[in-house]
Design a protein around this ligand. Structure first.
Ligand code: PMV
Length: 312
C-alpha cells in the first residue's frame, strides 16, 4: 500500500494580480490535508473511493473530464502505463471544497504522488508541479499556477507566473485566522469578471496590479523581518484593491471588519473571492477575540494556522 498527503493553502497577498504576471504570496495550511492511498486490487479495474464527495466508482464509469479520472488517465498516458493495473484507490480530504483552500490541487498532488510511488514511476517535485498545473487547467481555465506550486512544495511561496519558483523562509512564525463565509467561491467566474474590467481600461488596472505586486514584494520582506504591523497594514491595502476589483462580497467584508474591530493587525479576503475565505493577522493577545468576533459575524468555520512553524 502506498499513501501520500498534501496540505491545503491560502493566498496571503496578490491574488488576481498574479494572473497578470505580478508576484503573489501563498503558504501551506497543514491543519487541513488531502490523503490518497493506493493498493493492488484482487478484482479487475481501478476502483475509486472518495467518501467525502460520495464517490464510489470504477475509473471507466467516470467522465474523462472528472478531475480524479483526469489525474489517472493523464499520468498513465504520459508515463505509458499500459495495460492499466488493477488498483483500489481511496481519497480523503479535510479541506473544504471550493473555498480557496486549494482542495483540488491537494487531491491532485496527493493522488499523483501515491500513484507514481506505487507504480515505481519516479517524479521530481518539478514534474509533479507541472503535471498538476495541467490538471488545474481543467478546473480553473487559466490558473496562474500558484495553488499547485504551494501545495506541491508545501512551503511558503513567492510566486510569479513563468518565473523560477521561489520558496522562502518565514523568519518568525506568525498566526493567521482563516474565516470561511461558507459560500462557494467561483474562482473561474471571478477571474473572468476581472478580465472584463481589465479589458475595459487596461492602463488603469495595470497600475492597480503594479501596486498589488509591490504589496506582495513588501509583504515578503515584512514576513522575513517579523514586522507584523507593516504586514497587517499591507493586508488592509490589498483588501481595498480587491474590493475595487469587485471580487470581495458583503459577507467577506463583514468578516474582515469583525476581525479588525476585535484587534486583528490586518485582514483581507483570500483567493478568488465572492465567497470562500478571508484571513486575519493576529497575535497571542488578539487571537481569541478575533476568532470569536468572526464567528459572531457569520464565519461558518474558523481555522487558526501558524505560518512558518514547520518550515524553519
Ligand atoms: O480561489 P483560489 O484560492 O484558488 O485562488 C485563486 C487565485 C487567483 O489569483 C484569483 C487565480 C489564480 O489562478 O491565481
Amino acid at each position: 500500500m502506498t499513501t501520500s498527503s498534501a496540505p491545503g493553502k491560502i493566498i496571503l497577498f496578490g491574488e488576481h494580480a498574479v494572473v497578470y504576471g505580478r508576484p503573489a504570496l501563498a503558504v501551506p495550511v497543514t491543519q487541513v490535508h488531502a490523503d490518497a492511498e493506493v493498493l493492488d486490487s484482487a478484482r479487475a479495474g481501478i476502483w475509486l473511493q472518495a467518501p467525502d464527495i460520495d464517490l464510489h466508482a470504477e475509473l471507466h464509469s467516470l467522465p474523462s473530464g472528472h478531475p480524479i479520472a483526469a489525474v489517472i488517465h493523464s499520468l498513465f498516458f504520459l508515463r505509458r502505463i499500459s495495460p492499466f493495473p488493477s488498483l483500489e484507490i481511496t481519497i480523503r480530504s479535510t479541506i473544504p471544497v471550493a473555498s480557496g483552500l486549494g482542495s483540488g490541487a491537494a487531491v491532485s498532488v496527493a493522488l499523483t504522488r501515491a500513484l507514481a510511488s506505487h507504480l515505481n514511476v519516479s517524479m521530481t517535485d518539478e514534474e509533479v508541479n507541472a503535471f498538476v498545473y495541467e490538471i488545474e487547467k481543467i478546473h480553473h481555465g487559466t490558473p496562474s499556477g500558484i495553488d499547485n506550486t504551494v501545495v506541491t512544495y508545501s512551503k511558503p511561496v513567492y510566486f510569479t507566473s513563468g518565473k523560477p519558483i521561489e520558496t522562502f523562509t518565514v523568519g518568525y512564525p506568525f498566526t493567521v485566522v482563516i474565516g470561511d463565509t461558507g459560500i462557494p467561491a467561483p474562482t473561474k467566474q471571478a477571474v473572468s469578471d476581472v478580465r472584463h474590467l481589465w479589458m475595459d481600461n487596461r492602463s488603469y488596472w495595470e497600475t492597480i496590479f503594479d501596486k498589488i505586486g509591490i504589496i506582495s514584494f513588501t509583504a515578503r520582506r515584512a514576513i522575513e523581518a517579523g514586522h507584523w504591523e507593516v504586514l497587517g497594514e499591507l493586508m488592509n491595502e490589498n483588501h481595498e484593491f480587491l474590493q475595487e476589483m469587485k471580487v470581495s462580497s458583503l459577507e467577506l467584508d463583514r468578516l474582515v471588519k469583525a476581525a479588525l474591530s476585535a484587534g486583528a493587525l490586518g485582514a483581507k479576503m483570500s483567493g478568488g473571492g465572492r465567497g470562500g475565505n478571508m484571513i486575519a493577522l493576529v497575535n497571542a493577545e488578539t487571537a481569541e477575540a478575533v476568532t470569536r468576533s468572526m464567528r459572531e459575524a457569520g464565519a461558518k468555520n474558523v481555522i487558526l494556522t501558524q505560518v512558518g512553524q514547520s518550515d524553519i
